[in-house]
Design a protein around this ligand. Structure first.
Ligand code: PEP
Length: 258
């Protein structure tokens, strides 16, 4: 069985609606109805509707970058899963290290969001990753295991198949430093083992685990050649259509070899 590679762009807090339209148009034109791999774009909330309309019936899938764990009510500034579904959003990034470090999101909150997303048929891109200090202290595997198991608390095996795990070493995000393919593979294989211990081998083999951290056209092929790296969550390089499409091409090539 081969897992479908995911190439997901995280646009972060970039692009007005007009700029978002310019970025998505060539991507939609190039992807069309190809669906050998999953191509996902996570736009700012304000661009979801514009980008969703331009995506139309193509195979490109739409993601949010965050979500409230609550269904509705007095939560000023928040956005619910149902509101995202209303905009034809299919995925949501949860537990990104920027949300954890800058906005104080805890594992417990990330877990509530994961559960709320799954209950509303949104696929979470659940991020885990160690800081440089944690890596240097030899805590890489422990930190990723803790974040992963906490994020998946109460998630059934059937639901877990709809989760995409994103291993994003914090020291590699936006820094130009990439984990070597071997370093990333070690953590991906470990994450798959943690998933197998929790859900059984068959389910663990179905769950996509993507890498994030300065993934670019010149390092993507070596990363995707690793057996447990099932794609990428891409920040900087997803803001340039030509670069993002080069990553998609690499994803298609890697998929064909699986
Ligand atoms: C990210 O923020 O998810 C990310 C991986 O960013 P970059 O590709 O810029 O390192």
């Amino acid at each position: 069985m081969s897992r479908k590679i995911v190439i997901a762009g995280n646009w972060k807090m970039n692009k007005t609606r007009a700029e978002a339209a310019e970025l998505i148009k060539p991507i939609v034109a190039a992807i069309g109805n190809k669906n050998d791999i999953s191509v996902v774009v996570a736009t700012p909330f304000t661009a979801l509707e514009t980008v969703g309309n331009l995506i139309g019936n193509s195979s490109v899938q739409l993601s949010a970058q965050n979500m409230c764990d609550k269904a509705s009510g007095a939560f000023t500034g928040e956005t619910s899963a149902a509101m995202l579904r209303d905009l034809h959003v299919s995925h949501v990034i949860l537990g990104h290290s920027e949300r954890r470090a800058i906005y104080g999101e805890t594992d417990a909150l990330v877990n509530k969001k994961v559960l709320a997303a799954l209950e509303n048929n949104l696929k979470p891109l659940l991020c885990t990753g160690e800081t440089l200090a944690e890596r240097e202290a030899g805590k890489t595997l422990d930190v990723n295991k803790t974040q992963l198991l906490a994020g998946l608390e109460g998630v059934s095996a059937a639901q877990a198949e709809n989760v995409i795990v994103a291993y994003e070493p914090v020291w590699a995000i936006g820094t130009g430093k990439t984990a070597t393919p071997e370093m990333a593979q070690e953590v991906h294989a470990f994450i798959r083992k943690v998933l197998a211990d929790k859900y059984g081998e068959a389910t663990a083999q179905k769950i996509r685990i993507v890498y994030g951290g300065s993934m670019k056209p010149d390092n993507v092929d070596a990363l995707l050649a690793q057996p447990d790296i099932d794609g990428g969550l891409i920040g900087g390089a997803s803001l340039v259509a030509k670069d993002f499409l080069a990553l998609v091409e690499s994803g298609l090539k890697a998929q064909a070899k699986r």
